[in-house]
Design a binder for this molecule. Structure first.
Ligand code: C6P
Length: 410
């Protein structure tokens, strides 16, 4: 099987020091990549290098360290720009992560442009980060939220979506790939339909950005959000992409240093993009290091990683289907390398503990998508999610451990 893999998997694995770790006496099998991916050595080294050699505040100082840090911070912005094919570098805003990016848009755009009676559309597949900020702003502005239904496998009901759209629809915020099930939504179609009604569209790319080629211009989304820590980068850094004319029309999200042009006690004028949305000292180190994470992905090749992950997904799916009483939720195409399942008579939490005892990390529960679990009529699932460094052998270890755990629990 491994001869069909698109790259030398052992060489990739050797770049991730954590994969050497033992957990409960067993070599770690890390299948919780949808929660956060592990970091290659070039990312870990880049953090140490920044703090060891040129730690300084940016855009402010007139000294060598500040110049170097500023240059690398802006170089990282340019790398992110090409990672998602944005037209202008000032369309890339550094945030803490997907959650903050969505909150920024809901607050800034929502406060300025939402009115009473307006409608915001989300889907049943959303992570809480793409539900709660919209509920908060809708409540404040007297707008309402409509939810696109799904079938039992997580497929969006596009007919229902089309019927939901009207002149009242002002905003659609939709997940690209579901974190809980892995299913990929037809975002291009959703965006085109929403635009016909004059509504704007935000895409939550927290799970898609690491697996799929992202071209925000081709997709024609108005906003796109993702997190550094899910693309082999550090925690605490994320991206908001927004079309330039929209970001220009929006008021600042937070006030403070960096986002101003001039301040008097009477009045403040705001800085230009992207700085208008980057108040205060940003997360300089992690923004700089995000460049190294993207360079890792580009070096291995996103399409190679996708091919590799598809092999793992296919292998795991067919093995899991052999287990009596196991139900894969979201067994449809297209999907990213996430498998979510339930097992008759087995509580996901008990399963997670037994798997951890065998060195295997998976996520169980509602995956921060409680409304989705309610739609599916389940309390939660067990989720295995794969990354560039996982192997077919690890899938086999997982299946063996799973069978052992099921025997103990039934
Ligand atoms: N999902 C998971 O285990 P932050 O926490 O801001 O980096 O990302 C939030 C978020 C938003 N949307 C989607 C689709 C996501 O998957 C996540 C994070 C993790 O599934 C942690 S809950």
């Amino acid at each position: 099987m491994s001869s069909t893999l698109p790259y030398d998997i052992q060489s990739i694995r050797s770049e991730f020091p954590i994969l050497e770790r033992k957990v409960k006496g067993k070599t770690l099998v890390y299948f919780d990549n949808a929660a956060t991916s592990q970091k290659p050595k070039q990312v870990i080294d880049a953090i140490a290098h920044y703090y060891s050699y040129y730690n300084a505040n940016i855009h402010r100082g007139l000294h060598t360290l500040a110049d170097e840090a500023t240059a690398d911070f802006e170089a990282s912005r340019a790398v992110v720009q090409s990672f998602i094919q944005a037209k202008h570098h000032e369309e890339i805003i550094f945030t803490k992560g997907t959650t903050e990016s969505i909150n920024l848009v809901a607050n800034s755009w929502g406060n300025a442009f939402l009115n009473e009676g307006d409608e915001i559309i989300i889907s049943s597949l959303e992570h809480h980060a793409n539900i709660v900020p919209w509920q908060m702003i809708a409540e404040k502005k007297g707008a309402s939220i409509k939810v696109i239904p799904i079938d039992g496998n997580g497929k969006l009901d596009m007919n229902a979506f089309e019927k939901m759209l009207s002149k009242k629809t002002k905003f659609v915020s939709i997940v690209h790939a579901s974190n809980a099930l892995g299913v990929i939504n037809p975002v291009e179609e959703i965006i085109a339909l929403a635009h016909q009604q004059g509504a704007l569209v935000m895409v939550d790319g927290a799970q898609s950005s690491v697996h799929l080629d992202i071209d925000v211009q081709k997709m024609d989304c108005d906003f796109f959000a993702f997190s550094g820590h899910k693309i082999y980068g550090p925690t605490g850094i994320g991206i908001l992409y927004g079309k330039k004319h929209l970001l220009e029309s929006m008021p600042p999200y937070q006030g403070g240093g960096e986002m101003i042009k001039e301040v008097t006690f009477e009045k403040t004028t705001y800085n230009e993009l992207p700085f208008k949305f980057e108040a205060g000292t940003p997360n300089i180190a992690d923004a700089i290091v995000l460049k190294s994470a993207i360079e890792f992905i580009n070096r291995v090749g996103k399409s190679n990683i996708r091919k590799h992950e598809d092999l793992l997904l296919e292998h795991a799916t067919s093995k899991l289907k052999d287990i009596p009483g196991l139900h894969i939720i979201g067994d449809i195409q297209p999907k990213v390398s996430v498998i979510s399942f339930t097992i008759d008579g087995v509580h996901p939490q008990d399963l997670a503990i037994l798997l951890d005892n065998q060195g295997i990390a998976v996520r169980t529960g509602h995956h921060c998508a409680q409304p989705l679990m309610q739609c599916l009529g389940i309390v939660g699932t067990t989720r295995a999610s794969f990354a560039a460094y996982n192997t077919i052998e690890e899938v086999d270890i997982f299946i063996e451990a799973l069978n052992k755990a099921i025997k103990m629990l039934k």
